[in-house]
Ligand binder design. Structure first.
Ligand SMILES: C[S@@+](CC[C@H](N)C(=O)[O-])C[C@H]1O[C@@H](n2cnc3c(N)ncnc32)[C@H](O)[C@@H]1O
Ligand code: SF4
Ligand code: SF4
Length: 371
């Protein structure tokens, strides 16, 4: 379904969407003045049993970045539970590969005791029935597993033998009773025409949901002008068209399966609500924070590490959140370049932060759809 009009244009039929988009934006903008922590990433390790070609964290078997000990992690989480409303905080355990941490179950169990909900983002290769059952026993209710293509295309970036294991992990998680089993696909030119097959594979394996994302120029791809990993505007439109169509068809069919696009920027009034539910823009530092592998505290693990605002080993996490996060809440520096005269500034406020820093020439999602 090709939209003949530019992504930024508005017609009379777009009015209801526009009202919602503006209402969502107003709610997000209030958070700049009154931040409200509800989403916490824990970058559990930067080690990984894989070394994917596109890895935005440049992970491999060993890492020089020190890791928090179990006691340090639990101690930091305790202070967070004391200083915030733990029941409203969702913790996403990411990496590296979280399943390489032998204390993963201890930490997940602790999160549950504190009243926080949790998920892990994993490559799935180390998740068997036992691991899945243990995670459920510890109270984890969501799991996101990366599936980057059909077998050949997944293994082209993730390595031989990884596809079968990742798909099996979706099934094991579902069988173990994980409440939300999500597949995540990094879309690149090579797998763009295979989305139907990928959808079939992940649904057959038991996924409840499927999130499609694009690849940022971070980590191993930092500053790379890699045409194999980057979608040009017609390809971005093809991806968004696919998601929009499938969301509509799935809605009509009454199936509970959920598909959504994920990026930190504004997609335009027509696209924004057609490819994802509600406000999917960047909340870094507004309701999202991260504990990095070594205890540094940042807004989002995808930001350059120089953006960390202190260490939870030296200061209370809540002090850093309250007094040092100004850098994430001041958007004045973002009203420059393409954003300087943008009529959508009030809705968007300069795009997704990590995307802006990773690819300063092409972070605007209105521009990424044009041409
Ligand atoms: C860094 S990984 C960590 C979790 C786990 N090791 C995995 O691969 O799922 C978290 C997510 O980021 C995605 N990712 C990796 N490199 C990326 C990049 N350059 N741009 C966008 N997403 C990326 C992965 O595919 C995965 O879904
Ligand atoms: S994307 Fe995930 S699985 Fe692949 S190297 Fe990075 S951390 Fe490991
Ligand atoms: S130009 Fe800037 S403010 Fe406008 S939509 Fe693009 S990223 Fe957002």
């Amino acid at each position: 379904m090709h939209h003949p009009k530019p992504a930024s244009s508005v017609g009379i039929l777009d009015f209801p969407a526009l009202v919602r988009v503006r209402r969502d934006a107003a709610r997000r903008h209030r958070l700049f003045q009154a931040p409200d922590l509800t989403y916490l990433f824990w970058e559990s390790t930067l080690r990984c049993n894989l070394a994917c070609k596109h890895c935005g964290s440049s992970c491999e078997a060993r890492s020089d970045v020190p890791e928090l000990t179990t006691d340090q992690v639990l101690g930091i989480l305790d202070t967070i539970a004391q200083d915030f409303d733990a029941k409203r905080i969702f913790v996403s355990v990411t990496g590296g590969e979280p399943l390489l941490r032998h204390d993963l179950y201890t930490v997940i169990e602790h999160l549950s005791k504190l009243g926080m909900r949790s998920c892990i983002v994993t490559n799935g290769t180390l998740l068997g029935a036992c691991q899945a059952a243990r995670l459920v026993d510890c109270g984890m209710d969501t799991i996101s597993i990366s599936i980057d293509g059909t077998r050949e295309l997944h293994e082209e970036v993730r390595g031989k033998g990884t596809y079968r294991k990742a798909l099996a992990a979706l099934s094991r998680a579902r069988e173990a009773g994980v409440q939300l089993v999500e597949a995540i696909t990094c879309v690149r030119p090579a797998n763009l025409d295979k989305l139907e097959q990928i959808e079939r594979a992940v649904t057959e394996a038991g996924a409840h949901a499927w999130r499609l994302i694009t690849i940022d120029r971070m980590g191993r791809l930092a500053r790379a002008d890699d045409t194999q990993m980057w979608l040009e505007p017609p390809q971005v439109r093809q991806l968004l068209d696919f998601i929009e169509t499938r969301r509509r068809e799935i809605d009509k069919s009454g199936s509970p399966f959920r598909i959504q696009f994920s990026c930190g920027g504004f997609l335009g009034p027509r696209r924004e609500l057609a490819v994802r539910p509600g406000d999917g823009q960047c909340f870094a530092g507004l309701c999202v924070a991260s504990i990095l592998c070594d205890g540094a505290v940042s807004a989002c693990p995808s930001l350059p590490r120089s953006w960390a605002q202190g260490s939870a080993l030296e200061e209370r996490f809540s002090t850093i959140w309250r007094t040092r996060f100004q850098a994430f809440r001041d958007t004045s520096w973002r009203k420059t370049g393409v954003c300087a005269d943008c009529s959508w500034w009030d809705v968007c406020r300069g795009g997704g932060l990590h995307e802006r820093l990773a690819q300063p020439e092409s972070f605007c999602w209105l521009e990424r759809q044009e041409g």
